[in-house]
Design a protein around this ligand. Structure first.
Ligand SMILES: [Zn+2]
Length: 86
């Protein structure tokens, strides 16, 4: 079953990605491809996502964001994690 909704953009808006992080623990953002939520994540979460993706961010983590195939609020599907440069 394809759970990706057509009305959810594949990528978050650039203007949202370049906003300053608000959460004191936040190191970067994570975008859910299923529901379109862009949320801030901390270092522990960022390390976990890099481990699952099998990719390590080289450089300043603030220049990157994650795209995940589902989040806590979404129906689980095949887990896909992409690391993107802002
Ligand atoms: Zn979601």
């Amino acid at each position: 079953m394809n759970t990706l909704k057509d009305d959810v953009p594949a990528f978050p808006k650039h203007q949202d990605l370049i906003k300053p992080l608000e959460w004191s623990e936040a190191v970067c953002r994570c975008y859910c491809r299923q529901c379109g939520i862009l949320r801030e994540i901390n270092n522990t979460q960022a390390i976990k996502l890099q481990n699952i993706a099998g990719q390590k961010i080289i450089g300043d983590i603030k220049d990157f964001y994650f795209v995940v195939s589902y989040c806590d609020y979404c129906q689980e599907n095949e887990l896909k994690i992409e690391i993107k440069k802002i």
